[in-house]
Design a protein around this ligand. Structure first.
Ligand code: CDP
Length: 233
């Protein structure tokens, strides 16, 4: 089997809790690539906005905030660590109120434009697996290998509930919030969540993380055996 080039960009998009993060992280580890979780950028901006009491429905205020905030993203094999004005806030970004705020602010085209610019900078040298909502469609439309993961809404709600901090919320509440965020992502005019035309679709409802990664790897190797796919990239 041919060796995998060291500089590919592999994109993984999909709705909330479709299994992107676990699969992308494991895949990056196996390939010796960096894993970049683009959602972290939206969450970091939401964190800073909440700290400063800024309305996340105002793109003008968010752009102003972005201009005077130092956001540093440090890609690594484990996860993207984020420093906001020098402070590592990575561990605070999973809180439910940050999640909701990141979903609301990600509808603004001007905010997305600025964050997409930074995502492209991080991925430019290749050797990355990047996950998000618009990575295969907008951020790296020429990436040679693209995946779109999905799972049933019930299964995704259950997964997110299991991951949520102990004692917060209910299963019903989590399901409803997952649906609200999906709707926002899919219905926004700017870079709506949808599979790229050349993305490989994988339903993870009945698959373990290990099975998902195996499937991703076999698609990548199949593509590698067919060099035409790479000439198109
Ligand atoms: O991990 P989860 O799927 O819950 O969310 P995430 O990837 O951390 O992203 C947080 C929010 O940022 C999502 O609800 C999306 O609305 C938004 N996002 C986006 O619009 N575009 C991306 N490339 C990544 C995230």
């Amino acid at each position: 089997m041919k060796r995998l080039p060291k500089d590919l960009i592999i994109t993984i998009d999909g709705p909330v809790a479709a299994g992107k993060t676990t699969a992308a992280r494991l895949l990056a580890e196996r390939l010796g690539y960096c894993y970049i979780d683009s959602g972290t950028m939206y969450r970091a901006l939401a964190w800073k906005a909440i700290q400063e009491g800024i309305d996340v429905s105002s793109p003008t205020m968010l752009l102003d905030l972005l201009a005077r905030t130092e956001l540093e993203f440090r890609p690594g094999p484990e996860r993207l660590r984020v420093l906001v004005d020098g402070e590592d806030v990575t561990d605070a970004l999973r809180l439910p109120r940050i999640e909701t705020a990141s979903s609301i602010l990600s509808v603004h085209p001007s905010v997305r434009e600025e964050l997409v610019r930074r995502q492209r900078q991080l991925g430019i040298g290749g050797g990355v697996v990047m996950d998000g909502r618009d990575i295969g469609t907008v951020v790296f439309p020429d990436a040679p290998v693209k995946f779109y993961l999905t799972a049933s809404p019930e299964e995704r709600g259950r997964r997110r509930f299991r991951e949520s901090p102990h004692g917060t919320g209910s299963l019903e509440g989590t399901l409803a919030e997952v649906e609200r965020r999906d709707r926002r992502d899919m219905e926004r005019p700017a870079s709506p969540l949808k599979p790229a035309p050349d993305a490989i679709l994988i339903d993870t409802t009945f698959l373990s993380a290990e099975e998902v990664v195996k499937e991703l790897e076999s698609h990548i190797h199949r593509k590698l055996r067919d060099p035409r796919d790479f000439l198109l990239a």
